[in-house]
Design a protein around this ligand. Structure first.
Ligand code: DGJ
Length: 334
């Protein structure tokens, strides 16, 4: 009897080590990302983080975006938050925003493209979002939380620097400086602006890039800034374009296509450029949304590692690829 118990324990220990090794292996090894496919979270549900953005806290990535799940209260707007250590396997954390019209808005009010900043001085997490009413107000909204995946408290909305603001993008430079990118229709361009010390307001314009582009995103890669954006075609895809500059203030180069223009960014629209700096390499990920305006909950994600360097940027044809976040290496499958 005793011998049997001992044997059983031995087997259980062996099984536990196998499971542990499998888990560690899964966390450390390259993980597969499949552009355009349903992307299940840890619950097996398609990730709801459209028009999203990512921040890294410690060694965990947090992905925030519009939660457009079916069956939600149509009078409310929702933001989902997910976490991951490898950028491929995502755990649902919570709906960090479940908001009823925060001001005197019509039923056609809008909350889009949420982006979260962590303010090291105040310790607060500050969310910016495009807040609108039938796309007539063109403002940003600000909400705060003491924890990254806690409930965000809506504070206010305003026009940054008094200007119209529609699609917003987030850029954190290598020195930690935080910028808001916002599209301004009358100015026919997009602004790059610094945030105030507490991040609760937009402080100063760094540059107005005079190109009528939305879905604005920026990455700082090997001494150059690359800005990317999409043409103003609503939910329909178009050829996204990029420009470069040695300083955020500009001058910025002419905009060029990131992929063959007839491919219309392979059916996607830019939302963020995510830089993964590893021990061996640096990968810049193009994060795009493949919108399905009539079935928004089923909108997909097109993430691909960019071919980037020396002033050139190219979005390769979408294929399955693997990412090793520790090494910073991406491999696109043949
Ligand atoms: C394009 C924007 O990029 C989206 O975020 C959304 O505002 C749609 N337009 C609405 O048509």
């Amino acid at each position: 009897m005793r011998a049997e118990k001992r044997e059983l324990r031995r087997w259980m220990r062996l099984a536990a080590s196998i499971l542990w090794l499998a888990a560690v292996g899964a966390a450390a090894g390259p993980q597969t990302i499949k552009p355009g496919e349903v992307w299940p979270d840890d619950r097996g549900q398609h990730i709801q983080a459209h028009g999203g953005g990512i921040i890294k806290v410690g060694d965990i990535y947090y992905w925030f975006g519009e939660d457009r799940s079916q069956g939600l209260d149509p009078s409310k707007r929702y933001v989902g938050c997910y976490s991951s250590k490898d950028l491929a396997n995502w755990t649902f954390r919570s709906r960090v925003i479940q908001l009823s019209a925060p001001e005197d808005f019509s039923p056609r009010w809008v909350l889009e493209r949420p982006k979260v900043y962590h303010n090291a001085k105040t310790g607060q997490f500050v969310m910016y979002m495009h807040i609108d009413d039938a796309y007539r107000l063109a403002r940003v909204g600000v909400a705060v939380s003491n924890t990254v995946d806690g409930e965000y408290r809506y504070l206010k909305s305003f026009r940054p620097l008094g200007q119209e603001s529609r699609d917003i993008g987030q850029f954190i430079d290598d020195d930690g400086a935080a910028y808001l990118i916002f599209e301004d229709r009358p100015a026919k361009g997009f602004h790059i602006a610094t945030l105030s010390e507490d991040y609760l307001t937009v402080e100063k314009e760094v540059c107005l890039i005079r190109a009528p582009l939305e879905g604005g995103a920026i990455v700082h890669y090997k001494g150059l800034y690359y800005a990317i954006g999409s043409a103003l075609t609503g939910w329909a895809p178009n050829p996204n374009k990029y420009a470069t500059a040695t300083r955020l203030e500009g001058p910025w180069s002419e905009f060029q296509d990131i992929a063959p223009p007839e491919m219309k960014t392979y059916g996607s629209q830019s939302t963020m450029l995510l830089k993964v700096v590893g021990t061996k390499a640096t990968t810049v990920i193009f994060m795009g949304d493949m919108w399905k305006p009539k079935t928004q909950w089923d909108s997909r994600y097109l993430w691909m590692p960019l071919e980037i360097g020396e002033g050139k940027l190219r979005l390769p044809e979408p294929k399955e690829w693997t990412l090793d976040v520790v090494a910073g290496e991406a491999v696109v499958k043949k």
